[in-house]
Design a binder for this molecule. Structure first.
Ligand code: S3P
Length: 173
């Protein structure tokens, strides 16, 4: 019988542009975990860019794929998983994560997020939105992201500092 119980997976959530992929990959390296990014998994499995999935098949198709692929990857062990910005809004995904994962919300000021996402054209959800609409979306989502286990106020912190803080809190588990 294997008595070594593995820790919960570490899941990063937050808006587009909050650095989930980059920080997640670094965290996985430090923890010697595997790293998964749900958007990359979706792109690899469909052989299509996220923007192409949205434009050719619509958001509902993307969200259904996102749910299936995310619920599958969350079942792996010893992993850091970066969720697409809309993943945690899905009821089934959130329910599963609350039961079995350690969630970290990477929180940034709206202004920082808007400046970042505006520079990237590969973001179908916000590409036609005005800044005020994006701000409202960020505020609406913040209420759901706030259900995470911990929130890191990233503004003004270095990447190293954010990573070390997350590891410190995760290791207390
Ligand atoms: C989305 C965020 C994106 C991607 C898709 C939808 C969202 O992921 O899943 O464009 O609804 O916030 P990132 O947060 O990794 O950019």
């Amino acid at each position: 019988m294997n008595l070594i119980k593995s820790k919960k997976n570490l899941v990063l959530i937050g808006m587009m542009g909050s650095g989930k992929t980059h920080l997640g990959a670094n965290l996985a390296k430090k923890l010697e975990y595997k790293f998964y990014d749900t958007d990359h998994l979706i792109e690899n499995q469909t052989n299509l860019k996220i923007s192409k999935i949205f434009s050719d098949f619509g958001e509902k198709y993307f969200r259904d794929l996102e749910e299936k692929i995310t619920l599958d990857v969350l079942r792996k062990k010893n992993s850091v998983i970066s969720l697409g910005g809309g993943g945690y809004l899905n009821h089934e995904i959130r329910k599963f994560i609350k039961l079995s994962c350690f969630t970290v919300w990477l929180k940034w000021d709206s202004k920082t997020l808007i400046d970042r996402v505006k520079r990237n054209k590969n973001r179908p959800i916000i590409c036609n939105m005005k800044n005020l609409e994006i701000k409202k979306l960020i505020e609406r989502r913040a209420k759901i992201y706030a259900q995470s286990n911990i929130k890191i106020n990233c503004e003004g912190k270095s990447k190293k500092n954010i990573i070390n803080r997350i590891i410190e809190l995760y290791e207390k588990l």
